[in-house]
Design a binder for this molecule. Structure first.
Ligand code: NOJ
Ligand code: CA
Length: 555
């Protein structure tokens, strides 16, 4: 079946547990989603990506799946999902699901069977290896660390073997080299596609083919020392091609999450008619204030962010299509990272312009459009996320509690997982009862109702950006070019098509900045398409976090 044109689209991501509670138990659910579908459509997006909504013991909040063909009872039923799907489609919204097939939950029936013995139909569904012995001591098969919880191996006395888990202990990695496992994946895809969903966001899909020997990793690189041997592995493209064949039958969209995959490798997945993925979630743009993980923080450095933006823009130009994002459920809130809480409205709107007008399909994460910011909880016990707890216990163990918590405040993905702030009533209007997780105490000031009432709000600005992008061939298809790449405070990029040139000017500074048009530009004939301040701009002065979209030529 022919594929729909995902390049014109933009997506809204729902992490359901914190989106909206529709049945009054303090947990977000499909009833809440149903009620908010009109709101989502009102943003001007064209699709929804659901982070996992399947049954899960929640060791990693949905990314540890125990049944691929059902809905978590906390979130509703398959019937309720069908209702949401139909209504979304009626509103012109496509729906894509999270396909998490690098690993399952350890409570998935496949794993419960697999762990029983070395023979049997499921024995080879996971990555099992014998221990290494050093004298009498039993050691794991290699030195890999998991990304979420200690070593990457867990011993299973029934089999007298270890199983691999690149993430948490309760997330055993599937053995994708087993053709039966790949058939299972295709069956899962068909199940949802037959129901009418429009595609998948594929979780850590670049991890599914492991190096056959599972060699030791670099000993002193914690957390990701095994990554060279499980990322972009030898059979990855072959396996993706198998899944692609299924997606193609339905014209379904495939977006692959690809931590640390370099752009050159990305092109091998994303290019041409026989591409195995339509878009990729790269990680470079998440690293402008840290080294590899947010827990290794450094001050925000704009040239690093611009370098990441432009690297992907230039490399994919004319060959592949970008997925654009600044937030998702795995990263702290972008205003708190790359903007300023003090200038929340200004920086929240500027950041929207900084990425939405690039070439690619923008993704907006729930609450981002409301200008939500990081939460700062008082103790590690108040956090929920397994990765947050792990990082707290692995990094800076000799530092004071205060310093360790400060890093959690900067880095935790739980900041993106606080309940969405709908209004200023108790629990931010997310639920009638105490929510499953802390609400950010700033909800009386930061909430959807207030944002709706203020024409200059972050929310309205997102709407304007999406409308402008969709109505402009230059913004959709035009060439990208960056100016002043070394400038410490300004991000200036151009989109051009035929005689039209659009310049997006973003100040990342708390102070006023003077600036000049790039060479080859003159103020004459310039039209202001969009600005995040209500008052007329002064041409060569930018106010704190000002964003302007300027046009020359065209019709
Ligand atoms: C990436 C997901 O986005 C993240 O939330 C999850 O913890 C890991 N993959 C493991 O599934
Ligand atoms: Ca609920």
């Amino acid at each position: 079946m022919e594929q729909f044109d995902f390049r014109r689209m933009s997506f809204y991501q729902i992490w359901i547990r914190s989106f909206a509670d529709g049945n009054g138990d303090g947990i977000g659910d499909l009833y809440g989603v149903y009620d908010k579908l009109d709101y989502i459509a009102s943003l001007g997006v064209d699709g929804i990506w659901f982070s996992p909504i399947y049954p899960s013991p929640n060791a990693d909040y949905g990314y540890d799946i125990s049944d691929y063909r059902n809905i978590h009872p906390d979130y509703g039923t398959l019937d309720e999902f069908r209702k949401v799907l139909d209504r979304a489609h009626a509103l012109g919204l496509r729906v894509i699901m999270d396909l998490v097939i690098n690993h399952t939950s350890d409570e998935h029936p496949w794993f419960l069977e697999s762990r029983k013995s070395r023979t049997g139909p499921y024995s080879d569904y996971y990555i099992w290896r014998d221990p290494k012995w050093k004298g009498e001591s039993r050691l794991p098969p290699n030195n890999w660390f998991s990304q979420f919880e200690g070593l990457a191996w867990e011993y299973c006395p029934e089999r007298e073997q270890y199983y691999l888990h690149v993430f948490a202990k309760k997330q055993p990695d599937l053995n994708m080299d087993n053709p039966r496992v790949r058939e299972e994946v295709k069956g899962i895809m068909r199940f949802w596609l037959d129901m009418g969903v429009d595609g998948f966001r594929e979780d850590v899909i670049t991890y599914i083919s492991k190096h056959p020997q599972l060699p030791d990793g670099i000993p002193f690189l914690p957390i990701i020392n095994g990554q060279p041997y499980y990322k972009d592995g030898p059979n990855l493209v072959d396996y993706l091609r198998e899944f692609r064949a299924v997606a193609k039958e339905y014209g379904a969209l495939q977006i692959g999450e690809a931590p640390m995959t370099p752009v050159k490798t990305a092109l091998t997945y994303l290019t041409g008619e026989d591409r195995v993925l339509d878009m990729m979630i790269q990680f470079d743009t998440m690293g402008a204030d840290c080294f590899m993980t947010e827990y290794l923080h450094h001050p925000f450095f704009l040239p690093k962010l611009k370098h990441a933006f432009s690297k992907w823009q230039y490399a994919l130009a004319g060959k592949a299509w970008n997925a654009l994002y600044l937030e998702n459920h795995d990263h702290p809130r972008v205003i708190s990272r790359y903007g300023s809480e003090e200038f929340r409205r200004e920086s929240g709107t500027m950041l929207a312009a900084a990425y939405i007008f690039q070439q690619g399909t923008p993704f907006i994460y729930q609450g981002q459009e409301l200008g939500m910011t990081n939460i700062r909880l008082g103790s590690i016990e108040e956090y929920e996320d397994v990765a947050t707890k792990n990082a707290y216990h692995s990094f800076r163990r000799r530092q004071t509690e205060e310093k360790r918590l400060r890093h959690v405040h900067l880095a935790s993905r739980d900041s993106a997982r606080t309940p969405v702030q709908w209004n200023s009533s108790p629990n931010a209007g997310f639920s009638d009862v105490k929510p499953w997780f802390s609400v950010n105490p700033n909800y009386p000031e930061v909430n959807a109702e207030k944002e709706e009432a203020d024409p200059q709000s972050v929310l309205h600005f997102y709407r304007r950006c999406l409308r402008l992008r969709k109505g402009s061939d230059t913004l959709l298809w035009g060439d990208y070019r960056e100016y002043f790449p070394q400038h410490p405070h300004l991000y200036v990029y151009e989109r051009s098509c035929g005689t039209e040139r659009i310049l997006v000017v973003c100040s990342f500074s708390k102070k006023e900045q003077s600036w000049k048009l790039p060479k080859g530009y003159a103020w004459e004939g310039c039209t202001l398409l969009l600005c995040n301040y209500a008052e007329e701009p002064v041409p060569e002065r930018l106010r704190p976090y000002e964003a302007r979209v300027l046009r020359w030529g065209g019709t």
